[in-house]
Ligand binder design. Structure first.
Ligand SMILES: *[C@@H]1O[C@H](CO)[C@@H](O)[C@H](O)[C@H]1NC(C)=O
Ligand SMILES: *[C@@H]1O[C@H](CO)[C@@H](O)[C@H](O)[C@H]1NC(C)=O
Ligand SMILES: *[C@@H]1O[C@H](CO)[C@@H](O)[C@H](O)[C@H]1NC(C)=O
Ligand SMILES: CC(=O)N[C@H]1CO[C@H](CO)[C@@H](O)[C@@H]1O
Length: 195
């Protein structure tokens, strides 16, 4: 019920503003697309053995993606199945736009901290870091900043080789998460969860 109250307030605010409802998340869907495209770009460097390459000396493609253990984006942002439309007047209550956007915001908070704390800082990461910040600010401007506790997520060990391995796995996880973010923001912008 608490979720519904929050949700209804968000909808009411969106409806009451002079801005058309669908453009509320409009700018964030394009920020999310930029983030994904910049992540995809950096992941193309996988396995290339160039001087000073991020992933030199190992095959990033073979490594497992590492996901943030503290957010619930994958489950919270799961769109409601649309193939079972009959007799479901409770459909909109099973997807919380607010919870989904806050979890996305929480993810961005983690990746922002993490990429900023990577030593040595690498110019290759610049566009991804900027795109991360842009999307975070866009969500925040819409009132969807993450709240609550942020447990520490430690991935750096201080050893250059291990940290590059970690960076590879973490960026792969970020890439997976960015795909989920794009789907969720497009779903929210479409307004399907309110029908
Ligand atoms: C890395 O691994 C993938 C899949 O195992 C393989 O297709 C690719 O050729 C490898 N790249 C390098 C540079 O070894
Ligand atoms: C649709 O809902 C019915 C009844 O709850 C269920 O048996 C069926 O498996 C659902 N179908 C899909 C495609 O989810
Ligand atoms: C993510 O979603 C969960 C489950 O709905 C919620 O408890 C949690 O507060 C959300 N996380 C953030 C950072 O808002
Ligand atoms: C911050 C940044 O560099 N963003 C870039 C991400 O990718 C898009 C398209 O690929 C570029 O237009 C952005 O400039």
């Amino acid at each position: 019920m608490k979720i519904c109250v929050l949700f209804c307030v968000v909808v009411a605010l969106a409806m009451g503003s002079p801005v058309p409802q669908n453009t509320r998340q409009g700018s964030c869907t394009s920020a999310a697309r930029s983030l994904l495209s910049n992540l995809s770009h950096i992941m193309e460097k996988e396995g290339k053995m160039k001087h000073q390459d991020l992933f030199a000396g190992f095959n990033c493609t073979d490594l497992e993606a590492r996901m943030i253990p503290y957010t619930h984006t994958a489950s919270v942002c799961q769109p409601i199945a649309t193939d079972n439309t009959s007799c479901s007047n409770s459909r909109s209550s099973s997807f919380s736009e607010t919870e989904c956007l806050r979890n996305i915001s929480g993810d961005l908070h983690y990746y922002d901290l993490l990429l900023n704390s990577y030593q040595p800082s690498v110019s290759d990461l610049g566009p991804v870091m900027t795109a991360t910040k842009d999307l975070m600010l866009c969500l925040k401007a819409n009132g969807d900043a993450a709240e609550g506790e942020f447990p520490q997520w430690v991935v750096w060990s201080g050893s250059s080789f291990d940290d590059r391995l970690s960076l590879c796995k973490t960026l792969k996880g970020f890439h997976v998460r960015a795909i989920t973010m794009n789907r969720a923001l497009a779903y929210i912008a479409s307004g399907d969860h309110r029908k």
